[in-house]
Design a protein around this ligand. Sequence first.
Ligand code: G3P
Length: 218
Amino acid sequence: MKIFLDTADVGEIHRASDAGLIDGITTNPSLISKIAGNRDPKEIYLEICEIVDGPVSLEVVAIERARMVEEGRKLAGIHENAVVKVPLTEDGLKACRDLVSTGIRVNVTLCFSASQALFAAKAGASYISPFVGRIDDISGEGMQLIHQIRQIYDGYGYATEILAASIRHPLHVVESMTLGADCCTIPPKVLWQLVEHPLTDRGLEAFLADWDKSGAEL
Ligand code: G3P
């Protein structure tokens, strides 16, 4: 199970990467615009790609096939770790095929149904990003979608990796793992919630207090 960090915040990426917790990064236009200010997003993308030794998803903002392909080529040229993210639309699927045919890896994003995931796989996507949290937000069952996609990809032999996205809490990650998602992209807050546990803190405190009482030294 690969763990990606869902952020464009370089400080957060350094922290998680230094701890050896992440295998890649995903960004989207909302995440990059939150932190870019006056900086050229391409500079930030390059910085991110140089921190992490793994796939870094960078999203196009065009909505028409030819423009998506043009932007996708530019994004892919930023660094060898770049994976181009395109939305799951008719033009997005066409752009996916075009980019894949030139050897560029594609992450098809904004997936909300099993049928959409099937067409992304047929278009040669390296990753499909089902947005589980946004489905839960409208009283659907995001995890049901992960299960369905797993069944379809395994049943028909598609190699596209399932990248569970729009993760809101630790249980989403655990359930994604159980259901066979290949990767999960997690906001920094949830990543640290997965690492930390109150019983670990309490246990450590008790061990150290007992050690101090003993007066022993290592
Ligand atoms: O990167 C895409 C996805 O993870 C977005 O999540 O929380 O905006 O639904 P969210």
